[in-house]
Write a protein that binds this ligand. Structure first.
Ligand code: BES
Ligand code: MN
Length: 458
């Protein structure tokens, strides 16, 4: 073990240079203009898996971006861990808010700054490098490893889902290891045991058949922006509750144990508000901040467009307005049911003076993972050893669509070993990832292989 860890230390600078190369590829999955970059990035990951000593490395074509697979199955009788990550990233807008080029990584203040540095290239690279360190020093791993890295997580991950359903044998494993979540606080080793789900909708409102002079027509016809704003405003009541019928009917309450855990974590609303630059936090009445983030569903408008948005002023009564609205879900809400309820309700709110179209975009099921699983116990031990502190257990407000499918289709626990921080600016300008954490992440991964290799298989 010492040899493996010494290798990581000795090669740390090279690892960082390689991570930079990974981050230079602008693999933005939602923008069609980046189609070619997706393939380039998949090839990059495949090359790194080969260099790390993985066998049977291949790109698996899908209807969308390719999946990258690799394996090392040289430890018969030992457990198998499937490592999942995603090589696609979010768009970089607004570009003018970045202090440096999002696709030209820079090292500053002990962090690496670029789109994808945390979410998810930095985090999945951790495991590629831990495997490499093992293979280069011991010539073998203490357990069997499979990698499955996708290129469509940020757009709902439908193709990996289809692949998983048809390839359960190939992906058979004793646990799925995923680093795509956050630590509770800097330097605090964290295992996440829950993710929220998601229903993402688009609402388009049309008024008159063309843009109109707002003087000649204002007051005579409904303005689609005004009407859309009214509809959005009706989606919450004064207590911050979502008004969609049946929205909360399947929401599970936190257990007593979870409530106690939250208490022990001593979350500071004040510190959180200060870091975000707001005077006060906001949310559903009657729940603490961590409860609202981890165990309560929400509805948020992600973007709204319509009319004249350029510099200067133009008097216009626009023909169209639209909004993207998403809902974060918790067990046992069903994203498809919620999409139907949303559609019905929003349509019912629309006055006769406008036309309304409601479209479901993508979704994800919420998930909670039992903490007693030996894989979770091994992961908690491993991260604690690497970071030199007691591991804490958290749920997350974010979503990773494929996790539920892994758990259900492979009948294996998901180990969410997060190394990010809420302050890393994922999906936002100036994304970054701590280099110390990158290093300790690799060490955690190495310890996990060791700990997990000792468990009795089911
Ligand atoms: N890494 C995130 C998920 C995440 C975010 C975990 C914050 C913990 C904290 C992941 O890449 C992501 O952004 N997922 C999307 C999924 C969606 C597009 C279906 C999300 O949560 O918005
Ligand atoms: Mn993301």
């Amino acid at each position: 073990m010492k040899k493996v860890i010494d290798f990581v230390k000795a090669n740390n600078n090279r690892y960082i240079e390689e991570l930079k190369d990974y981050l230079r590829i602008p693999s933005i999955s939602t923008l069609p203009a980046h189609k070619k970059d997706m393939k380039t990035c998949a090839n990059f990951v495949a090359k790194k898996l080969k260099e790390a000593g993985m066998k049977n490395v291949k790109l698996i074509p899908t209807k969308g971006n390719p999946l990258v697979y690799g394996e090392w199955l040289g430890a018969p009788g030992k457990p198998t861990v499937l490592i999942y990550g995603h090589y696609d990233v979010q768009p970089v807008d607004p570009l003018e808010e970045w202090d440096s080029d999002p696709f030209e990584p820079v090292i500053k203040d002990g962090k690496i700054w670029a789109r994808g540095a945390d979410d998810n290239k930095g985090q999945n690279f951790v495991h590629i490098k831990s495997v490499e360190a093992y293979m280069k020093t011991e010539k073998k791993l203490p357990l069997n490893v499979k990698f499955l890295i996708e290129g469509e997580e940020e757009v709902g991950g439908e193709n990996i889902e289809l692949f998983l359903k048809k390839n359960k044998k190939l992906l058979k494993c004793d646990a799925v290891l995923i680093s795509d979540t956050s630590m509770y606080a800097p330097g605090i080793p964290t295992i996440n045991y829950g993710l929220r789900g998601l229903t993402y909708m688009e609402v388009e409102v049309t008024g008159p058949n063309r843009d109109l002079h707002s003087g000649s027509f204002g007051g005579a016809v409904a303005n689609p922006i005004n009407e859309l704003a009214k509809i959005i405003a009706k989606l919450h009541n004064k207590d911050g509750k979502v008004t969609i019928p049946n929205f909360y009917s399947k929401v599970k309450k936190l257990t007593k144990k979870e409530k106690e855990n939250i208490k022990r974590l001593r979350f500071s609303d004040k510190k959180f508000a200060k870091e975000l630059g707001v005077k006060e936090l906001y949310g559903e009445k009657g729940y603490s901040t961590l409860e609202r983030l981890w165990a309560r569903p929400t509805l948020d408008c992600n973007g709204i467009v319509g009319g004249f948005t350029e510099e200067g002023a133009k008097t216009v009564l626009p023909s169209k307005a639209s909004a993207k609205i998403s809902m974060r879900l918790v067990p046992d809400q069903d994203p498809n049911e919620i999409a139907r309820e949303f559609t019905k309700y929003v349509k019912s709110l629309a006055p006769k003076s406008i036309k309304i179209k409601v479209k479901a975009m993508h979704g994800a099921y919420p998930v909670v993972i039992p903490l007693e699983d030996p894989a979770i116990v091994a992961a908690a031990k491993a991260t604690s050893k690497a970071f030199g502190k007691k591991t804490v257990f958290t749920r997350e407000g974010g979503s990773i669509p494929i996790v539920v499918d892994f758990v259900q289709q492979l009948n294996a626990p998901a180990v969410l070993m997060g190394f990010g921080l809420d302050t890393d600016n994922i999906h936002s300008p100036n994304e970054h990832f701590s280099l110390d954490t990158f290093h300790l992440g690799i060490i955690s991964s190495i310890y996990f292989f060791d700990e997990f290799s000792k468990i009795k298989r089911k």
